[in-house]
Design a protein around this ligand. Sequence first.
Ligand code: UD1
Length: 365
Amino acid sequence: MISQKTVVHVVGARPNYMKIAPIMDALRAKPAVRQLLVNTGQHYDQAMAGGFLTELHLPTPDRDLGVGSGSHAVQTARVMIAFEDICLDVRPDLVVVVGDVNSTMAASVVAAKLVIPVAHVEAGLRSFDRTMPEEVNRIVTDRLADLLLTPSSDANENLRAEGVPPERVHLVGNVMIDTLCRHLPLATLDRVRDRMPIVDAQYAVLTLHRPSNVDDGETFAGILRAVHTVAKTMPVVFPVHPRTRGRLREFGLERELDGTILTEPLGYIDFLALTSHAAVILTDSGGLQEESTALGIPCLTLRHNTERPVTVSHGTNRVVGTRTADIVNGFERALHATEPKQIPELWDGRAAERIADVIDRFLAG
Ligand code: UD1
């Protein structure tokens, strides 16, 4: 009988599920590893959470913390209180966290204080903008992690500059692209075409949810004015995040959206169907910058910086800011872009296998 080590995976918000699914799959091939899945419940709507668990064939979570929404302090504290009980009960040999959401940081702090090793998947990304809550989460999580699993070499450089011991850092590639590669064959446009009047490669996709863009009425209105102009050239499909839906109502901005096709948040495969057939993507999401680079679809990032510079240097991404004229100019340029694009190193659909190998060796050592 092999003596097994317990790995606890933590997920909480929509962008976490597609990162953890291939890792759990790859670790199933390691007989020395027993896996548990903890869902913090930071996101709780079926469209933001439950649907993803089923669609990505994640196991039913072993524990659901049900923390829900709240201020950053409240949400983080609720995860910490509930996750501490789980760690004391289960005594994991390793806690795996992904990305940069509040649940990621909260679980890392709890594990580190109980002297349980932490593996951070998507380590080392930096926007160098501490007004972004995710940047604080990234810095704290990386400071505490024992295994820092990076998606691209710029992340290794950031960690080196911060003095992280190099033996903790492993360049494994982008695990979200593993999930994309697996599901792309299923992501046909037929899945969404019966719900919206769109023609292959003749529409734009918009997503917005960053507090800096949607919580400020003027910034939000400026972005929507640009979207209004884009919509005169091609339909814009806008799956609306719950935070954004609330702000649209609060600021009375729905009228700016003539020519835009509003939908509820979509499931993973439907959304991939939509993005992989789009002419252009406008977004303030981190993950979508990477997915559009992997798909070769032009992307306009409606922010002033990015923690994913490889999507600009190698991929299809342009960071255009949030001013109306800059977004419209970026859109015109993206439509006529011809420069050759590259898929970044190790964004090859096999990052999870490399992560599983690193974890297996760590637990054996
Ligand atoms: C969180 C992450 C962000 C990630 C995003 C993906 C942090 C700091 N932010 O931001 O990095 O890109 O998820 O979506 O962790 N709401 C619902 N139903 C839900 C979830 C949220 O109605 O299932 C509403 C609530 O009113 C909530 C608001 O949306 O107040 C925002 O949710 P919240 O969890 O605070 O952060 P996100 O903006 O989703």
